[in-house]
Design a protein around this ligand. Structure first.
Ligand SMILES: *Cc1c(COP(=O)(O)O)cnc(C)c1O
Length: 224
């Protein structure tokens, strides 16, 4: 299957998921996760019509940025070490993994313009996952009030590795509820209108539960 074929299939699934819950497919953005592939194949993704590329490692992002540059909108989706911020900050448009104050401070210090950030929440509570515990999310976001270079556009989570639809759905629903709690605070620095949730195995459920950004790797580009 080519990237184009995979993309057509994914778009059909997105349309179906949206139809099931009365959403507009135009409100769901596909971030193509390119961590499994090289820059030449990432270019195929762009050529297939996806402009949003996601990387979870700074070295990989830099390598692909060198080849692709501003043709893509770049999303940093993985754990971000503070010392790597300066290397990537002028290249990325979105950071999906803001999970601690020290990282926020480093972004504030290094960014030359406001960066759209998702606050990552560890909804499932698994020890291996990064992110704030749900109860810390609102206080954390309130702490960012004075940060002029951070715009909290939404929340992000990674669901547990399970086929159990009920568990996945509960995880996504919890993130949506949290997002709504931030939204009603009407914070100028944190409109928090977006939900980054759903990957290759669970994006349809995530969309049914309100995802506006889905991060799709293997289903789109294979995982070799
Ligand atoms: C790899 C990765 C994805 C994509 O995973 P697939 O299952 O291949 O779609 C999404 N989000 C993050 C943070 C990732 O590291």
């Amino acid at each position: 299957m080519t990237v184009r074929d995979n993309l057509a299939a994914i778009r059909r699934q997105i349309e179906a998921a949206c139809a099931r819950v009365g959403r507009n497919p135009a409100d769901v953005r596909i971030v193509a996760v390119t961590k499994y592939i090289d820059a030449a194949r990432a270019q195929e993704v762009l050529d297939a019509g996806i402009a949003d590329l996601g990387e979870n490692r700074s070295d990989q992002l830099l390598e692909k940025y060198e080849a692709i540059g501003n043709q893509a909108t770049w999303h940093f989706i993985g754990t971000l070490q503070s010392r790597k911020v300066k290397e990537i900050i002028d290249k990325v448009d979105y950071i999906h993994s803001l999970d601690r104050l020290s990282l926020a401070k480093e972004i504030e210090k290094r960014a030359v313009r406001p960066v759209k950030c998702f606050v990552q929440v560890n909804v499932s509570g698994e020890a291996t996952k990064h992110g704030l515990v749900p109860e810390e999310t609102v206080p954390f976001i309130e702490q960012l009030r004075s940060f002029s270079r951070i715009e909290v556009i939404g929340l992000m989570t990674m669901a547990p590795h399970t086929e159990d639809e009920a568990i996945l759905r509960a995880c996504f629903r919890r993130l949506r509820t949290l997002k709504e709690r931030v939204q009603v605070l009407n914070l100028a620095h944190a409109p928090c209108t977006e939900l980054s949730m759903g990957m290759s195995n669970d994006y349809e459920i995530a969309i049914e539960e309100g995802a506006t950004f889905v991060r799709i790797g293997s289903a789109l580009v294979g995982s070799m």
